[in-house]
Structure formats: structure tokens, C-alpha cells
Design a protein around this ligand. Structure first.
Ligand code: FES
Length: 191
């Protein structure tokens, strides 16, 4: 009798509680669902990143950099706006050009190192341009005198516009080693 009661009680417990196999299957299914969700999320991330990259590329194609880059030709003001014997750095950041005024006139120097293209700094206390990348040094004229730069900085076209302002044109470059600094467009004579 006592055995029957136990058997019945055991049978009742077994019927009420889910079998271990069913529990394991449920846990497995839930794990699969979580994994599937993670994969799906990952796939969507890749898809979204790829779509964003394609949209960016399309945007660049439709609105090329030419709209945002500074113009190659620009006015910098009147000759009297420039101090004699000084390097004017106002146009370096935007146009990558220095404007120099001396007793005879003016010239503009491209702020691109002739070694590997870094942007040198004007060190007024030392009266020279110094490239931060590998140490090339250039005189105020643009001539190289120290470091690995193989040649002087290049000058850019400079002239007077009709309104009397100094007009710079970066589209025309002059190399000293090619004798191009003798070109009248490489120097604005004011004497
Ligand atoms: S890039 Fe200027 S010294 Fe090398």
C-alpha cells in the first residue's frame, strides 16, 4: 500500500514537471534563437555600413570636392597690407601659401615641402621655414639649406589685379632649379 502511494506520488510529480529532455530542448532552442538574432544583427550592421559607404561614394560623385576646396586663384589684399621683410602666414592654412614682401616687391611660396610634401612652419625667430617631418630648413627666399629636401620650395604665380589687389594663382608654379624664378610672373616688382 505504502509502495503504491509512493508510486502514485512519484507518478504525479513526473507528470507535472517537464521532462529533462524537453527542458534541454527548450534551452537549446532559446540558445539558437539568440545566436540567430546575433547573426542577424551582425548581418544588418554589415549591410548598413556597406549601404552608408555606397551612399557616401555616390554623394562624392554627385558633389565632388571641387565645391569645397579653396579656389586656386585668390586675392590677398593690397601690397601696402604687407609688412616689408615679413612672411605673411594668413593664407597658409586655407591656401597653403605664404606671401613675402621685401624692398623690391612680393612673391608667394607654396607651403609644400619638396622632400615628401609635409607643411613646413615659418620660424620668425630663426628667420627660416622648418619642416616638422624630417627637419628640412629653407630660407625666407624658399632656398633649401638643411635636411633632406632636395630643392627649394616652389613659388606660385603672383600679379596685380585690376583693382590693385595682389592676385595669387596656385595653378602656376615656378621652380628655382629650373631657372623659373626669373619669370616675371613669379615675382611682383613694386620698386
Ligand atoms: S617632408 Fe619635409 S623634410 Fe621630409
Amino acid at each position: 500500500m505504502a509502495d503504491e502511494t509512493n508510486a502514485t506520488e512519484t507518478g504525479t510529480e513526473t507528470a507535472a514537471a517537464p521532462p529533462k529532455a524537453a527542458k534541454a530542448a527548450k534551452a537549446g532552442a532559446s540558445e539558437m534563437t539568440r545566436r540567430e538574432f546575433n547573426w542577424l544583427a551582425l548581418a544588418w550592421s554589415f549591410f548598413a555600413a556597406s549601404a552608408a559607404a555606397q551612399l557616401t561614394a555616390m554623394g562624392r560623385f554627385m558633389f565632388p570636392n571641387v565645391l569645397t576646396e579653396p579656389p586656386s586663384t585668390f586675392k590677398v589684399g593690397l601690397p601696402t597690407d604687407f609688412a616689408i621683410g615679413a612672411v605673411d602666414e594668413r593664407f597658409k592654412e586655407k591656401f597653403r601659401v605664404w606671401v613675402v614682401r621685401n624692398e623690391e616687391g612680393m612673391y608667394a611660396i607654396s607651403a609644400i615641402c619638396t622632400h615628401l610634401g609635409c607643411t613646413p612652419n615659418w620660424l620668425s625667430a630663426e628667420n627660416k621655414f622648418k619642416c616638422p617631418c624630417h627637419g628640412s630648413g629653407f630660407y625666407m627666399s624658399g632656398i633649401n639649406f638643411e635636411g633632406p629636401a632636395p630643392r627649394p620650395l616652389e613659388r606660385v604665380k603672383i600679379e596685380l589685379a585690376d583693382d590693385g589687389q595682389v592676385l595669387i594663382d596656385k595653378g602656376r608654379l615656378f621652380k628655382q632649379e629650373a631657372g623659373q624664378w626669373n619669370d616675371p610672373e613669379s615675382f611682383l616688382n613694386l620698386s
